[in-house]
Design a protein around this ligand. Structure first.
Ligand code: ADP
Ligand code: MG
Length: 259
């Protein structure tokens, strides 16, 4: 028998006050796979993610985790299995960075896994390059530092499904690469990873599959080199691009045409 997908939207539609934000999307992500979710602003990426996390329920169609309807999972079980970084990853209170990361361990409280709390927290802070910020107040951090601290919280959770909404948006070049490399490592360790990312070259460099959304629909999903054609990118984004192979890796680099 086939293993069920780690996380799946099956013909999922989400409608609110007459607007269809997600329109009949089917997307299955397996353990060990990194899927980059791309598309213009307002395409429905965050809404689709909120369906996949169980934050919202589809108006029609289904969303499943490990083959079971998300709505059927007990909240606690769900919290142990999937980690979520939302687009507005802000902590409103004056927590220290180490405390924010520690919050990722909350689902494991009272289980044998809580023995690993300290190691998981230290490892997450190391991998996101924020160990030196441990005692800083979260709200005093720069946007990029906040994003990394929030990502560390998700890593500390040690979930086997990880959904990240624009984790690289506030980051400088090096930390963008660091985050995507990290996402890649998670996938290599068997985690199912979905990352919303705007930089198509970054998506192409690190993802196993790129899923392209436009106007609530999933336009296409597949290997970066197959999916990201000049025609498709131009059509979806409404601006001309050239696609050239990375001189080192051959991965597609998406370059806007400028006159
Ligand atoms: P993305 O993450 O791809 O930028 P979103 O999923 O956040 O897109 O939003 C998709 C679209 O749905 C946007 O055009 C947004 O303005 C719209 N939208 C979001 N929430 C609501 C709502 N409550 N009612 C109507 N439209 C909404
Ligand atoms: Mg969004």
């Amino acid at each position: 028998m086939n293993q069920p997908a780690a996380i799946a939207a099956l013909d999922a539609t989400y409608t609110i006050s007459g607007a269809t934000l997600v329109d009949g999307v089917t997307l299955e992500v397996n353990h060990g796979e990194l899927v980059a979710l791309v598309g213009p602003n307002g395409a429905g990426k965050s809404t689709l993610l909120s369906l996949l996390t169980g934050e919202r329920e589809p108006t029609s169609g289904r969303t499943q985790l490990e083959g079971r309807l998300l709505s059927e999972w007990p909240h606690k079980e769900l919290a142990r299995r999937r980690g979520v970084l939302t687009q507005d990853n802000n902590v409103a209170f004056a927590f220290r960075v180490a405390e924010v990361v520690e919050m990722g361990r909350a689902p494991w409280q009272g289980t044998p896994q809580s023995d690993e709390d300290d190691a998981a927290i230290a490892d997450a802070m190391e991998r996101t390059d924020i160990a030196h910020l441990a005692d800083r107040v979260f709200t005093s951090l720069s946007g990029g530092e906040r994003a990394r601290a929030s990502l560390a919280r998700v890593l500390a959770q040690q979930a086997t499904i990880v959904l990240l909404d624009e984790p690289t948006a506030a980051l400088d070049l090096r930390h963008q690469e660091d985050v995507m490399r990290l996402a890649r490592q998670l996938a290599r360790d068997g985690v199912a990873v979905v990352v919303v990312v705007h930089d198509l070259s970054l998506a192409a460099a690190y993802a196993d599959r790129v899923a392209v959304m436009s106007k609530g629909r999933l336009v296409t999903a597949g290997a970066p080199g197959e999916v990201l054609t000049e025609q498709l990118v131009e059509e979806v984004y409404g601006t001309p691009v050239r696609i050239v192979p990375d001189p080192t890796t051959g991965a597609p680099l998406i370059v806007p045409v400028r006159s």
